[in-house]
Design a protein around this ligand. Structure first.
Ligand code: WT7
Length: 658
């Protein structure tokens, strides 16, 4: 198989790791999960999932758990009807928990809001009434381009309540990225804010929407939340303040039950080609697995836990583990608007101490950043409330895992390393706290009810102790139901590699250790993972060649001690552009150009000017060799290059900027 070569350092690290951490007796005694859960699910998968689904409120019971006859398009809980927002909000109020805090919201500048389930119900109803008054109904698409404000949650749930689909676009994406997503989804409404706080500064946000909607004919209204009070330009025929359209609307709204397979949302993610894929999720199965995994993997006790997931709602983690999972379970959670070092590097720990956070879920890149800042920072805060720690987004290296356990978890808390994807909708592979003896760096085992395998190129399961490709060999409730508007791409991307076997190919390399536990080894395709964010090499390449000075570009993900991978670009400049084009300033401008085209997360760490790119005889760029250059390694086998002298040319006379 093709190993993600960029990661061999971490890899050798992972393979030498052999420590295990068994659960404490006290934790095990009170845990939601138990070893029997695996047996129960294995004995009758569909009955197991039906039991999980029955934790939700269904207006009409389903008559079939799974219909896989139209594979790879699944139907779960066929014939069942439910309202997702009712399940996340109203039913908790009706059960007498209206006074429970749903959201402790903490703004970056230090302002805060406390929202109970009863208040959440009123906010969601008013927002739903407001959207309905603007003509939003079942099946319509609403784009949400907001920072981490409570209004983002209200807007998502209001869409769900109306049966409209939301398409949340991360607030760090550019106007251009927003435009293409709005057009692909044909969104009727865009919800945004005047600006957003980022590292202590108020930055504009609506300006990007103004730019984007110049070329989005489907958009009828732009709703603007006032956050920073910054100046905005205004189009009276299109723009409306959130407070004008929402405040004064009735605080009640009768939810309608929708089919279990009614679309809930689209979320765009990068693939191996330049065009982002609109991943489609539906209602009953998605909510079932979101709630089940949140309850089981984090050992949630809704009456006593204070849960905090640090993701942004612009990513799937924010959808499933800030909005749908926790709220379906009636959890109390913290939502934080800002960055971990604003106004100081102890901000997260200050928030943990302030609210008594018990469950904390973050990404390895954040943990490595905390490591860099030093263990003395968390040591200044009372973190004794923490009882479960989670990790997601990329393989966690054992050092970071151990540091996390020791300095954040007081050498006491279980750590759950959760593997999943935008496409899987919810956690698929993870230890269970109180059950699993955890291993630093391994996600270990598919959850009860989930089936995954490590296979070779022929689709045969590899023996313990060896590596291969990760596949999901049985359908699961929260699986994607397709790519918005592109069924062929859906089949081709995920189901063609092991078509005869009917396996879903995840795009990740993995291995079994001698105990049969799974270790994830990173992507095997042309997708980079930068700070837990998926970015395609092609997307960055197209952004680069859209600059007038660039003739050709090749992009690789090179291993990076903090961000997992860093983006390194190799560019051939156009003939005729003068020497100034390869100067420091010009290369900086190229990096800015990518940031404007896609967003700051896609800005290359380094750009190197080269005379040629290494290509095979069929013209495919050999990124493996460029990764060798980017990681200062001896260059590997060049025999399949069309011109084997190219690598010498590249190594000589490199000019770079970072
Ligand atoms: C890709 C999915 C799932 C929410 C965040 C990212 C990588 C994710 C892990 C983990 C090793 C992981 C995989 C996967 N990944 N979690 N615990 N261990 N790798 O969602 O943007 O859809 O990216 O992230 O490579 O395919 P996403």
């Amino acid at each position: 198989m093709s190993q993600p070569e960029g990661q061999h350092n971490e890899l050798s690290n992972l393979l030498n790791e052999s420590r295990t951490f068994p659960p404490s007796e006290e934790f095990a005694a009170q845990a939601n999960a138990s070893a029997e859960l695996y047996e129960k699910a294995d004995a009758d998968r569909e009955a197991f999932w039906a039991e999980q689904a029955s934790q939700l409120h269904w207006e009409t019971e389903w008559d079939q758990v799974l219909d896989w006859s139209g594979a790879p398009f699944a139907k779960w809980f066929v014939g069942g009807r439910l309202n997702v927002a009712y399940n996340c909000v109203d039913r908790h109020v009706e059960a007498g928990n209206g006074d429970r805090v749903a959201i402790h919201w903490e703004g970056e500048p230090g302002d805060s809001r406390r929202i109970t389930y009863a208040e959440l119900q009123r906010e969601v109803c008013r927002t739903a009434n407001a959207l309905a008054s603007l003509g939003v109904g079942a099946g319509d698409r609403v784009a949400i381009y907001l920072p981490m404000l409570p209004e983002a949650v209200f807007a998502m749930l209001a869409c769900a309540r109306l049966g409209a689909m939301h398409s949340v676009v991360f607030g760090g994406f550019s106007a251009e990225a927003l435009r293409s997503r709005v057009n692909d989804a044909q969104a009727k409404v865009v919800i945004t804010s005047d600006g957003q706080y980022r590292r202590g500064k108020a930055l504009p946000l609506k300006a990007n929407v103004d730019e984007a909607v110049k070329e989005t004919p489907s958009v009828e209204h732009v709703i603007v939340v006032r956050r920073t009070g910054g100046e905005v330009s205004w189009d009276d025929s299109r723009d409306k303040w959130w407070h004008d359209v929402v405040e004064g609307k009735p605080e009640t709204h009768t939810p309608e039950a929708f089919d279990s397979e009614h679309p809930l949302f689209i979320l765009y993610t990068s693939g191996t080609t330049g065009k982002p894929k609109g991943i489609l999720h539906t209602s009953g199965g998605y909510l079932t697995q979101a709630a089940y995994t949140h309850r089981t993997v984090f050992d949630l006790k809704p009456e006593s836990d204070v849960y905090w997931c640090t993701a942004d709602i612009g990513w799937v983690t924010g959808h499933t583990y800030i909005v749908y999972g926790p709220l379906a379970n009636g959890a109390t959670q913290v939502i934080y608007e800002g960055t971990p070092n604003t106004p100081h590097e102890g901000r997260h720990w200050e928030v943990v101490a302030k609210y008594g956070v018990t469950i904390y879920y973050t990404a390895p890149t954040t943990i490595r950043t905390f490591m860099k800042w030093g263990a003395e920072i968390p040591a200044r805060y009372d973190l004794s409330s923490l009882r479960v720690l989670g990790s997601v987004g990329e393989p966690i290296n054992p050092e970071a895992w151990i540091w996390y356990r020791k300095h954040i978890g007081g050498d006491r808390t279980p750590i759950v390393d959760t593997w999943w994807q935008t496409e899987t909708g919810a956690i698929m592979i993870s230890p269970l706290p109180g059950v699993t003896s955890t291993k630093p760096g391994s996600a270990q085992r598919p959850l009860p009810g989930i089936s995954a395998k490590v296979v070779n190129e022929a689709g045969e399961q590899v023996p313990h102790g060896s590596g291969g490709l990760l596949v999901l060999d049985k359908p699961w409730p929260s699986m994607l139901r397709g790519i918005w508007g592109d069924d062929d791409r859906y089949r081709e991307t995920y189901w063609s590699k092991f078509a005869d076997l009917g396996y879903y190919f995840a795009g990740d390399g993995a291995k079994y250790d001698d105990d049969g536990d799974i270790w994830l080894l990173g992507r095997v395709d042309d997708v980079m993972n930068v700070s837990g964010h998926r970015i395609s090499t092609t997307e960055v390449e197209s952004a680069l060649v859209s600059h007038p000075n660039v003739a050709e570009a090749a992009v690789v993900g090179a291993s990076d001690p903090t961000t997992g991978q860093g983006i390194v670009a190799f560019v051939i400049l156009r003939g005729g552009v003068d020497d100034a084009a390869s100067g420091e300033a010009a290369l900086k401008e190229l990096r800015e150009h990518v940031s404007r085209e896609i967003g700051p997360i896609a800005k290359p760490r380094q750009i190197m000017v080269v005379p040629e790119l290494p290509k095979t005889r069929s013209g495919k760029i050999m990124r493996r060799l460029l990764r060798d250059v980017a990681e200062n390694r001896e260059i590997g086998d060049v025999t399949t290059l069309a011109d084997s002298s190219v690598m010498d040319l590249i190594s000589k006379g490199l000019k770079s900027s970072s």
